[in-house]
Design a protein around this ligand. Sequence first.
Ligand SMILES: Nc1ncnc2c1ncn2[C@@H]1O[C@H](COP(=O)(O)OP(=O)(O)OP(=O)(O)O)[C@@H](O)[C@H]1O
Ligand SMILES: [Mg+2]
Length: 263
Amino acid sequence: MTEPLATLRGVSVSYAREGGRAFALREVDLAIAKGERLAIIGESGSGKSTLALALAGLLPPEAAVSGQIDWPGFAEGPRAGRDIGMVFQDPGSSLNPVLTIGELVSEGAVRHLRLGRAEARQRALDLLARVRIPQPEAALDAYPHQFSGGQRQRIAIACAIAASPKVLIADEATSALDMIVQAEITALLDMLVREDGMSLIFITHDIALAAKLADSIAVFRDAMLVEAGPARQVLGRPVQDYTRSLIATHIDFSSPRLIGEPA
Ligand SMILES: Nc1ncnc2c1ncn2[C@@H]1O[C@H](COP(=O)(O)OP(=O)(O)OP(=O)(O)O)[C@@H](O)[C@H]1O
Ligand SMILES: [Mg+2]
């Protein structure tokens, strides 16, 4: 038996709208296992980011939430930043432009691991080296704008793992990058998750990426979970017509993105 990481039961999220409420998630039941790599796919507006935010406890105050999310491994629920690391789509805007890379990367370690100044700087240095930022020592005192999009995403990933979270949630972490950089960032996530034994929940529009990286796949449409299961099964023998059409319209067999394989 695999140990559960999180179990969602009847989770709904809605927002007030003129004349009623709009549901971003509707009655979602989903079990996520410890150490699992779960890909969340589905069309724009289907509730994928809402699910990620609900899991991380980061929904805005105007969201009305019902149902239950259990995290058996976390007595008081996981804390975003400490137990759950988050990586978002746009590595430009997720990094505060007025802070140095050293300040950005050590923030989580200072706050959650209570490291002193010198230790935090060393931690930031180690993290930058780990995400393969060239010349990490010099990078510590530089600012986000001095780095490329791909490097900024590496830095954002370093921030996300600074407090050694058990879970990494990546919301379209590679979509804003060009194909080569996407592959590099994906390979980096793959390596970090493997080395640290983190669970990975990642949202993607890229079915090929889901096929490559995920153990299981959850398919969302119009705020509902329409299909979930092992990646092989969902992609190879989808039960729902919607999943079939999603695969048919999105899969790009000419794509060279076979992450982690030699070129
Ligand atoms: N803060 C908010 N206030 C009101 N409505 C919201 C809010 N956040 C999300 N929604 C609505 O909830 C629905 C689901 O949004 P969500 O961002 O989860 O979709 P998504 O699947 O991540 O889409 P995309 O692929 O475009 O990122 C959408 O209709 C969206 O407009
Ligand atoms: Mg989204």
